[in-house]
Design a protein around this ligand. Structure first.
Ligand SMILES: [Zn+2]
Length: 482
């Protein structure tokens, strides 16, 4: 078994060979915490959550590091234009900048919990690593890769002949913005800030060898990834929009300071809404909270998984309907299968086991090939088909094997059945499912006591709510009326 993954750096699929046998060090660029996370953030987080889980499935010990950008960076690192978004929000909401960061960081973690994204092993905050960033800037100055001007420090882009190797851009073709954007005191308009002089009105500021200021955005990821994963770690991941300039700058800084840095670079594609890129100007900007107010978070997780991480995921009324029906089918099949299993007698069904093994192998082949989740999903469908077809006979051991396999792949790897059944993490469907189980149990006990009047009344009440009960040899099933 070898996992192959697409390395943005080499622009091809490569065998994954870990730096340390049996271990994976993975860094994912996290959010800047000045507002609530949107549907695009969710896609990146879920894509790399599934990839992380796949490494665990393949018996790797994973250290997953994902940062929190809580320094108020200016939006454009190569110019002095742009604004500090955390600082702006602090003024708007009349909060301390750190209160803004704290508030949106926790909102982010709650959204991730709702999406059943596993917590990072380390979630380093930029403000907690100012010293490491200053040290790296000092090394870059000592190596002739950076210079100080008026309390700011800039990276000398033309000192790095490799600059552009990740994004494929050529130094001479890089856009440098309009003339007004270009700071006079930089050696070259291309140079980006490693450290910024803090103007009096700038709220977040730290002492440094160059006076009071704050770090540039790119430097935190280089410094924190090296601190927690080592100077030559396995995987650096992020959204496609971060490839340039953020990741290009991260590589330049780390290599300029004398480190080898990440060996595999992975980028997740974006999400579109009704075929269009999400943006505030188009009026289709949707936060995760907005979505969760009316939809099951697991529907969104499934929409992300239905597309390959390097492809665009599409959100529309149609894809929501389709994902909802797939999810219900998975849940319903699983529920019925558990019922079958309870009634089955000990024994094996060799033919059934063979079919489950075949579907599992298909799932594994798809995931080992650059984490092909859409193909892996097809293997899960094949598995549910076998679940529905298998008869209750003397085959309990085989049914248990089938359920374990399904729970491992759909539950653990895809993370579609969160263990915590609270409404917050399972969504409204989970709550509904739980309540209906209670109603069915109650009706069963009425019938056992031959209280058919109460049993029928309960069934009628559910019917007026749009829930149909159907008594079968395997027990009672429920269905929502279409
Ligand atoms: Zn980053």
């Amino acid at each position: 078994m070898t996992i192959r993954l697409f390395n943005t750096l080499s622009k091809q699929k490569e065998d994954f060979v870990p730096t340390t046998s049996g271990r994976v060090g993975m860094y994912l660029c996290g959010p800047t915490v000045y507002s609530d996370a949107h549907l695009g953030h969710g896609k990146t987080a879920v894509a790399f959550d599934v990839i992380r889980r796949w490494f665990v499935y393949r018996n790797f010990k994973v250290r997953f590091v994902s940062n929190i950008t809580d320094v108020g960076h200016i939006t454009d690192e190569t110019s002095d234009e742009g604004h500090d978004r955390i600082g702006e929000r602090a003024k708007l909401e009349q909060l301390e900048p750190m209160e803004v960061a704290e508030k949106y960081m926790w909102n982010y973690f709650h959204d991730m919990e709702a999406l059943n994204v596993q917590k990072p092993n380390i979630a380093p905050r930029a403000t907690g690593h100012i010293l490491e960033q200053i040290e790296m800037v000092e090394t870059l100055i000592a190596n002739g890769k950076a210079y100080e001007r008026g309390g700011s420090v800039y990276f000398r882009v033309r000192s790095d002949p490799d600059y552009g190797k990740l994004s494929g851009r050529k130094i001479d073709e890089l856009e440098v913005g309009t003339r007004e954007d270009v700071r006079e005191d930089k050696e070259d308009p291309l140079d980006f800030a490693l450290w910024k002089f803090a103007e009096p009105e700038h709220l977040m500021r730290w002492k440094s060898p160059w006076g009071e200021g704050f770090p540039g955005w790119h430097i935190e990821c280089s410094a924190m990834a090296i601190k927690y994963l080592g100077e030559n770690f396995d995987i650096h991941a992020g959204g496609l929009d971060l490839q340039f300039p953020h990741h290009e700058a991260e590589i330049a800084q780390a290599e300029g300071a004398g480190y080898k840095f990440a060996r595999y670079w992975m980028h997740g594609n974006m999400l579109t809404i009704n075929g269009e890129k999400m943006s505030k100007s188009k009026g289709n900007f949707t936060t995760l909270q907005d979505f969760f107010a009316t939809h099951d978070p697991m529907v969104l997780r499934l929409i992300y998984i239905q597309s390959h991480y390097r492809s665009v995921a599409e959100l529309s009324a149609d894809t929501i309907t389709a994902a909802t029906s797939v999810l219900s089918r998975f849940r319903e099949t699983r529920r019925e299968f558990v019922r079958k299993l309870e009634l089955a007698m000990a024994g094996h069904d060799a033919a059934f086991e063979k079919k489950i093994d075949f579907a599992r192998a298909q799932f594994e082949t798809a995931m080992d090939d650059d984490f092909n989740t859409p193909e892996a999903l097809a293997a899960l469908f094949a598995m549910t088909k076998e679940f529905n077809a298998v008869a209750i006979t003397n085959n309990k051991n085989s049914l248990e094997m089938g359920l374990e396999t399904f729970d491992m792949l759909a539950g653990f790897v895809f993370g579609l059945f969160p263990a915590n059944t609270s409404q917050a993490t399972q969504g409204k469907d989970g709550l509904l499912e739980g309540l209906l189980e209670i109603a069915i149990e109650a009706r069963k006990s009425y019938r056992l006591n031959r209280d058919f009047k109460s049993s029928d009344a309960l069934r009628e009440r559910l019917k007026t709510l749009g829930v149909q009960l159907e008594d079968t040899v395997d027990g009672t099933r429920w269905k929502l009326e279409a």
